[in-house]
Ligand binder design. Structure first.
Ligand SMILES: Cc1cc2nc3c(=O)[nH]c(=O)nc-3n(C[C@H](O)[C@H](O)[C@H](O)COP(=O)(O)O)c2cc1C
Length: 168
């Protein structure tokens, strides 16, 4: 019963969902029963022994539903091994360098301090202009964000494999 891992995520255009799937797949391959779910569909956390929570970054922030999930489940998350990830920067090179030191939204620092994640990762994201709305296209142009799929599946899989190792 009490042996599942939850990978909960929030995104807008599907690329964070695929990162969450990759994490889930890696955990399963390591022998851990794992559910992957959008945060909006997650209810009670009591069946989970550990949680991985991730969000896409939009204008320096996590998705609202991820923030809501984090705050609403603070107690439960603090009582379990927890890992957090953000997906966002496009372009080549180290994601933290692309973000000039940004590691997670500043406003979440107090919550992060309380839930004490065992790891915080930032993964490259993907921008598909075809999926972007008018405002999004304007932002992409304004900040000259590189367009394309920059997700680093090896980095994602090795991060997840390290989580599996800690949980076994
Ligand atoms: C309007 C807009 C704003 C964005 N702002 C950021 C940002 O501040 N930092 C960042 O690293 N990535 C930013 N991104 C890139 C997204 O985080 C990236 O495309 C991510 O993979 C999207 O995930 P999703 O497909 O799950 O929605 C932005 C993308 C768009 C379209």
């Amino acid at each position: 019963m009490n042996a599942h891992v939850l990978v909960a995520f929030a995104g807008k255009h599907g690329s964070t969902a695929e990162i969450a799937d990759k994490i889930g797949q890696t955990l399963r391959e390591a022998g851990l029963q794992t559910d992957v779910s959008p945060v909006k569909r997650v209810g009670d956390l009591s069946a989970y022994k550990a949680v991985v929570l991730g969000s896409a970054i939009y204008i320096g922030q996590w998705r609202k539903e991820a923030v809501r999930f984090l705050k609403a489940n603070e107690m439960a998350l603090a009582g379990r091994p927890l890992w957090l990830f953000s997906s966002g920067p496009t372009g080549s090179g180290d994601p933290l360098e692309l973000l000039k030191g940004w590691r997670f939204p500043k406003a979440l620092q107090p919550v992060f301090d309380r839930v004490k994640p065992r790891g915080i990762a930032v993964f490259h994201g993907m921008i598909d202009v075809k999926k972007a709305g008018f405002f999004e296209r304007w932002v992409i142009k304004k900040v000259k964000a590189p367009v394309g799929d920059f997700r680093d599946w090896n980095a994602i899989a090795s991060w997840a494999a390290a989580i599996a190792k800690e949980l076994k």
